[in-house]
Design a protein around this ligand. Structure first.
Ligand code: GDP
Ligand code: IMO
Ligand code: MG
Length: 429
């Protein structure tokens, strides 16, 4: 019966991977449903750090089956290198554990070249994409000329499809962007090899999940990106090209809506964004730098996928309410509460202002987010290091008050709080 979905409640990098790892302990199937290797999910177990881009973070628990759903776009070269990296540290990554939906789409070298070319042409108006070919791959999917993962079942035919596509997009790259295109024949040869390696993984994942749900097995959907990066409901055009919100899990796995049980929104205790686009609570001062960290700690705010410094700011309650609405959140998980230790005052955006009007809820789609000024309330901070705390009543009162304020404002219960990157550094309520 139950499908539980983990979604990013902000602009991505909320800690979805580590929360997926936590909940995967009680799930049999863990599935990614959108995006591709634009995602970077870090999971710390003991002194091992796993950086996953395509394979669900549930893979670290040996009992799970991991699904790459139909809503994803896959770079086969990256997928193979991720399989090899996991295998090298003793994680089982055979086709009995990993199932790729035949309806997922394939990213080609031409998509990657186009992503870069389009960003270059946008100049100052660039989106700040990860340049992984995500947008162009979804564009081909929507235009009904994409290449599905099922094509890998016949490697020679896949090679032909790739060659044709690279030739077609090569013309665009030369004529429109004046860029040297990838070599179609080299792409074909490489993709024939990728297909030979990956074809045992292609599976009817929709049926697999349906069967599991019928048997009352818990299926956990691991979101990538975040609510405000959703193609329809995010800060368009500064969004990704898929649907990271909870309904995207139904679409991207082929599950009926009645199966949805928990919708877990993961939010950081502050706000971050990587790439361009509006960010009302962004801080350009030393507090922003404090939240970001220097880059010395593995959890400091530098992108897992691209290494870019993330923009940082105060937690935006108005956007968290919006995330609760568009996802239908049943609970919230707050990560990185430990990072706020040492601040005298913490600010929480509880309203937006524009043209003399004040709003507690976003009055429109978040496209024009840049036109609002956030209204803040100040809360007392705390000095204590939180990293060893495992129980709610051991948290400093100020930290408890902050969490309770988030809960009161969003009207959604905060059930899990994380106070460090390592698997065990969580407080459950
Ligand atoms: P995701 O994309 O949502 O999975 O998040 P990322 O993995 O890109 O970014 C979250 C970063 O914060 C990772 O480096 C995590 O290891 C780290 N992290 C997660 N939760 C906590 C926490 O509670 N405290 C600290 N200090 N780091 C955390
Ligand atoms: P995880 O799953 C943060 C952002 C990019 C850019 C925009 C479009 O780790 O949270 P794209 O390459 O998707 O066309 O880029 O979306 N973006 C992310 N930001 N975390 C992510 O994934 C992201 N995936 C895409 O920075 O602003
Ligand atoms: Mg990430």
């Amino acid at each position: 019966m139950p499908l539980d979905v983990i979604v990013g409640a902000q602009w991505g990098d909320e800690g979805k991977g580590r929360i997926t790892d936590l909940l995967a302990a009680d799930s049999e199937i863990v599935a990614r449903f959108s995006g591709g290797d634009n995602a970077g999910h870090t999971v710390s177990v003991g002194d091992q750090i796993f950086k996953l881009h395509i394979i669900p973070s549930g893979i670290i628990h040996p009992h799970t089956t991991c699904v790459l759903g139909s809503g994803m776009v896959l770079n086969p070269a990256k997928l193979i290198s991720e399989l090899d990296q996991l295998s090298a540290v003793g994680i089982g990554v055979g086709p009995e554990r990993i199932k790729i939906s035949g309806a997922a789409h394939i990213i080609s070298p031409a998509h990657i070249a186009l992503d870069g070319a389009e960003e270059k042409l946008r100049g100052e108006a660039k989106l700040g994409t990860t340049k992984r070919g995500i947008g162009p791959a979804y564009a081909d999917k929507s235009a009904r000329r994409g290449i599905r993962a099922a094509a890998m079942l016949d490697p020679d035919q896949l090679g032909q499809f790739i060659m044709d596509q690279v030739e077609r997009l090569g013309n665009v790259l030369i004529k429109l962007y004046n860029i040297e295109p990838p070599d179609p024949k080299a792409a074909r040869d490489a993709y024939v090899q990728y297909a030979e390696r990956l074809l045992p993984y292609i599976s009817n994942t929709g049926a697999l999940i349906a069967e599991a749900l019928e048997k009352d097995v818990v299926v956990l959907a691991e979101g990538a990106q975040g609510t405000l990066l959703d193609l329809d409901h995010g800060t368009y055009p500064f969004v990704t090209s898929s649907h990271p919100i909870a309904p995207g899990a139904l679409l991207g796995l082929g599950v009926g809506a009645t199966h949805l049980r928990r919708v877990i929104g993961v939010a950081k205790a502050f706000q971050t964004r990587v790439g361009e686009g509006p960010f009302p609570t962004e801080l350009h001062d030393e507090i922003g730098d404090y939240l970001r960290g220097t880059g010395k700690n593995p959890w400091d705010e530098y992108g897992t996928t691209t290494g870019r410094p993330r923009r940082c700011g105060w937690l935006d309650g108005v956007l968290l309410r919006y995330a609760a609405r568009v996802n239908g959140l049943t609970e919230i998980t707050i990560t990185k509460l430990d990072i706020l230790s040492g601040l005298n005052q913490i600010y929480f955006a509880n309203s937006y202002m524009r043209d003399g009007m004040e709003f507690e809820n976003l009055p429109e789609e978040p496209v024009q987010l840049g036109s609002f000024t956030p209204g803040y309330e100040g809360l007392s901070g705390w000095e204590n290091d939180l990293s060893e705390i495992r129980a709610w009543d051991q948290l400093p009162q100020e930290a408890q008050h902050y969490i309770e304020r988030i809960q009161e404002f969003t009207k959604i219960k905060v059930k899990v709080i994380s106070v460090g990157a390592e698997r065990s550094q969580v407080i459950r309520r």
